[in-house]
Design a protein around this ligand. Structure first.
Ligand SMILES: Cc1ncc(COP(=O)(O)O)c(C=O)c1O
Length: 427
């Protein structure tokens, strides 16, 4: 098998990537023997230590096994999905009565869930619809389906990073994403955000600090409502060259502004479009697009855990994409958010919320403001759960804010901010 596949690479990482590509493309089939370390080192004109390091990395990731005299071989079931999907399990020779599958009898399954293990996976119709919606992505993009944006982020980070690696995150940014990074032992490097997305200088500074990845929200950034503008996307694309770039498009169709991708130029990248905000968080369904290596790692690993996203959910999402009109929801969210921002500005209070369902209000003192608002009957989120180094603020979710509530709320926010300012001045 190996004779048909030319392993290449200048570094341990590149050699490992070349072997992984062989497995992904179905050329290095499970069980294939890899060349002995010395032979490959000689062939590539590299040191045996470099080839050894490549094999060690593949072993760590469960792609190869090393067993004494048998040398190094591709594992029987490597956690790598193949580019050309092949039948799961060992193929059955024609003419044999197949009693090997371990599958339930489809004829005995309920109509609604007549999908056997062998048939589960990303649904081709949903992937085709996703491609039509994501035409801005490169032709060679890989696609799969994951259980929501957060599941996608978790899997992409796990596919590439190791505990201790640094990741550039928006500041302020989504608190749950920061919790996820902490849970993976990754360390966060803040990238300040303005209304157009992560500011270029902040991203440059994070790159200078050695980040291995960035996570950027395309639109309806949580908590500030920022949306990456066309100019910002272009500027970010020019500076993001070697790191893993992850773009979270969780509000997608609801955001009301076009999507300007920042992904697609780097060797490794991922774009996640969740169904949660437009179609309901219970769908637990998101499209994950990315370079082939990233997508095959995510899908291959998923087979070992949840298997795939239920076909029921995938069909529901496709149906919603085709038949559910999100425009009324988008208009309602825009109207509600903009009404509060306008009312706050009339009262001299600065507020941010270009897109989405939240308004971010910088305040002199979060605790005092949150407490004062609570005394007036309002619960708002203190900014500290979203912030790393950015200044204090509160987040007000306007998703169901009615026109009749806006003035009283704006009065209360303005008073809460001003009381605190007065206290500071009189001290
Ligand atoms: C920035 C961001 N990304 C993603 C999500 C949704 O993720 P999921 O698709 O996992 O529901 C949220 C939800 O609040 C969010 O704020």
């Amino acid at each position: 098998m190996v004779a048909q596949y030319r392993i290449t690479g200048e570094s341990a990482t590149a050699i490992a990537a070349s072997i992984e590509a062989g497995v992904r493309e179905g050329v290095l089939i499970p069980g294939s023997a890899l060349p002995p370390v010395r032979a490959l080192a000689e062939q590539l004109d590299k040191s045996p230590a470099t080839v050894s390091a490549a094999y060690a990395e593949l072993k760590r990731r469960g792609i190869v096994v090393t067993s004494g005299r048998n040398g190094t071989r591709v594992r029987e079931r490597p956690p790598i999905a193949q580019t050309t999907r092949m039948a799961r399990g060992t193929p059955i020779r024609p003419g044999l009565r197949d009693l090997a599958t371990g599958q339930p009898d489809a004829s005995l399954l309920p109509e609604v869930s007549k999908v056997r293990y062998a048939d589960g996976g990303p649904q081709p119709e949903l992937i085709a619809a996703a491609k039509r919606r994501l035409r801005a992505l490169p032709d060679e993009t890989g696609y799969t389906i994951v259980n929501g944006a957060l599941d996608g982020l978790d899997r992409v980070l796990m596919a590439h990073l190791r505990p201790g690696d640094k990741v550039g995150v928006e500041d302020p940014g989504w608190s749950v994403c920061m919790d996820l990074l902490a849970a993976q032992g990754l360390s966060v490097v803040p990238m300040p955000v303005d209304d157009e997305g992560p500011a270029v200088e902040g991203v440059k500074s994070a790159l200078a600090q050695g980040i291995r990845a960035v996570i950027v929200t395309a639109r309806a950034q949580n908590p500030t409502g920022a949306a990456v503008s066309v100019a910002r996307a272009a500027a970010l694309r020019t500076i993001l060259k070697d790191v893993l770039v992850i773009e979270d498009d969780h509000a997608a169709e609801l955001a009301g502004v076009p999507w300007h991708p920042i992904v697609g130029d780097t060797p490794h990248w991922a774009f996640v479009r969740s169904a949660s905000k437009p179609y309901g968080p219970d769908l637990r369904c998101a499209v994950l697009a990315g370079d082939q290596e990233t997508v095959s790692r995510v899908e291959g690993r998923m087979r070992l855990t949840s298997g795939w996203v239920s076909t029921l959910l995938q069909r529901a999402l496709l149906d919603l994409w085709e038949n559910f009109d999100v425009v009324p929801a988008r208009r309602a969210y825009d109207t509600r958010r903009q009404a509060l921002i306008a009312a706050l500005r009339e009262r001299g209070v600065d507020a941010h919320g270009k897109t989405g369902i939240n308004v971010w209000v910088p305040v002199p003192d979060e605790t005092a403001t949150v407490t004062a608002l609570r005394d007036q009957g309002y619960a708002v989120a203190p900014g500290h759960i979203f912030r790393i180094a950015s200044p204090p603020a509160i987040r007000i979710t306007t998703a169901d804010l009615q026109p009749s509530e806006v003035d009283a709320l704006a009065d209360a926010v303005a008073a809460a901010c001003q009381n605190r300012l007065r206290t500071m001045v009189s001290r």
